[in-house]
Design a protein around this ligand. Structure first.
Ligand code: FCB
Length: 482
């Protein structure tokens, strides 16, 4: 794969998120968020925290230089909500937080690097968890105030904005199995669906205010980042094929159901509205069928807001897996995966070699499949691959030279980039690609035990940064030589 396989104006970026890299927990009048508290709670599987993380709060200039030297032309990062609104409510703005992000954005723009700004990447202000139960209630509409104030304060030309990162993981890990903050697991047949529902509504209201008040001035674009693995049927049996389809409904369809088709349809046939927006948006039928009244309903107004709410799809994609049908063993459905009725086939080795995390199989062709699936299902929307990457096991890396020689990651990127290039030649409208991650960082429930960085961070020696072979591979790739 070469740089010439991609359009000239294609974005090649690296991605991070605030809690994973920033640190500076007690600085700049930042308020606490749910991860600050979750990582201090005994019994959670988290064995570390992001108090310092990799200190991007103090080293953002060095990091921006690094991004620029490596030759990337985009940086995707997230805003820590409680750095800007320490009480979470979105009314009292903390100017220290605003100036930190203004400085970061200015540093990027000075180097000609396009900021891709995620407004929410999992670090909910703690006050919102305790006072309004986080994503479980509609009151989380305060997200709208956060966004309105942010758009006003962080006004830039042509920014690309993401409202929410991977609502699926918040719903499942945060409110179903409880391995992510806020660690809820007692009502798995209802809470994940509420948490997802309110994230969708928050997303839609943020997009609405952006479009009405800011988009014309700013000329930017706004979307949602979803995560979807490729689900390969375990066998040719019809049950396994539909289990694989269902899997994609429960990942992608949960958050993307027909946005694009409906927009297109409305434009062609505006009179269809007469029949009411009921036909215009809903969760996938497979979800309704399995969840019944546990799956919340949208009002007509909400459906309208949602069905036009994406300028682009942000896709986080790491892996693929074999999926088989799981016959229900009881009527008592419990966790999301049981309700889905799938077996996430444990013989995953068959689908590709494994990286450090037990969920991460290297299957480059899966990305082309997901991209084509999105193009076909949703009328060929604009897509950014907003995350893609693999990890090493920290404990297996003993010497620096060994850590920097990440051959497997170089091959991972070669394979996945080739897959994106193929999808583009299939006609899929992919506009950018972001490697996860710029730096080794705090990998949520896994703490610092997994290293996803293109750049090694020496945790024992002042958090110094050292580009790995994969980072250098990208630099050569950009110059057209490898
Ligand atoms: C994604 C998250 C990101 C990172 C990668 C490995 O699900 O969005 O923050 O942890 O996984």
């Amino acid at each position: 794969v070469t740089r010439n396989d991609f359009p000239e104006d294609f974005f090649f970026g690296v991605a991070t998120s605030a809690y994973q890299v920033e640190g500076g927990r007690a600085e700049g009048r930042r308020g606490d968020n749910i991860w600050d508290v979750f990582s201090e709670t005994e019994g959670t599987i988290v064995i570390a925290n992001g108090d310092i993380a990799v200190d991007q709060y103090h080293r953002y200039k060095e990091d921006v230089d690094l991004i620029s030297k490596l030759g990337f032309n985009a940086y995707r990062f997230s805003l820590s909500w409680s750095r800007i609104f320490p009480d979470g409510l979105g009314t009292k703005v903390n100017e220290d937080g605003i100036s930190y992000y203004n400085n970061l954005i200015n540093a990027l723009l000075d180097k000609g690097i396009q900021p891709f700004v995620t407004l929410y990447h999992w670090d909910l202000p703690y006050n919102l968890q305790t006072s309004i139960e986080g994503w479980l209630t509609k009151k989380i509409g305060v997200f709208f105030h956060l966004c309105r104030n942010l758009f006003r304060k962080l006004w830039r030309q042509s920014e690309t904005l993401v409202t929410i990162n991977e609502p699926l993981q918040t719903a499942v890990n945060g409110y179903d199995i409880g391995i992510f903050a806020p660690g809820r697991k007692d009502n798995p047949s209802t809470e994940p669906y509420l948490a997802a529902h309110h994230q969708l509504l928050a997303h839609a209201s943020a997009v609405d205010v952006y479009r009405k008040k800011f988009k014309a001035k700013q000329g930017g674009e706004i979307g949602l980042v979803v995560d979807c693995e490729w689900a390969e049927p375990f066998s040719d049996r019809i049950e396994d094929k539909s289990a694989a389809e269902r899997r994609i409904d429960f990942q992608l369809g949960w958050y993307c159901y027909k946005h694009f088709f409906l927009l297109f349809f409305y434009q062609l046939f505006p009179f269809v509205k007469v029949f009411g927006p009921n036909i215009l948006w809903d969760y996938p039928k497979t979800m309704r069928a399995r969840l019944g009244s546990n799956l919340p309903q949208f009002s007509d107004r909400e459906k309208e807001l949602l069905h036009r709410s994406l300028d682009f799809v942000g896709l986080n994609h790491y892996t693929s897996r074999l999926i088989a049908h799981m016959p229900s063993t009881s009527d008592q459905f419990y966790q999301v995966q049981e309700i889905e009725g799938i077996v996430n086939w444990p013989g995953g080795e068959a689908i590709g070699p494994r990286a450090a995390s037990d969920w991460l199989y290297v299957v480059p062709w899966g990305l082309r499949k997901v991209l084509n699936y999105i193009a076909k299902k949703y009328e060929n929307p604009m897509i950014y691959v907003t995350e893609n990457g693999m990890d090493d096991e920290d404990s297996k890396v003993s010497a620096l030279e060994q850590a920097l020689d990440d051959k497997m990651r170089v091959d991972y990127f070669k394979g996945y980039l080739a897959s994106v290039a193929q999808a583009i030649s299939d006609g899929v409208d992919v506009r950018g690609y972001f490697a996860w991650s710029l730096l080794d960082n705090f990998e949520w429930a896994q703490g610092y035990t997994k290293r996803f960085g293109l750049v090694y961070v020496d945790y024992k020696n002042g958090l110094s940064r050292h580009p790995k072979a994969s980072a250098l591979w990208f630099s050569k790739f950009f110059k057209g030589a490898q």
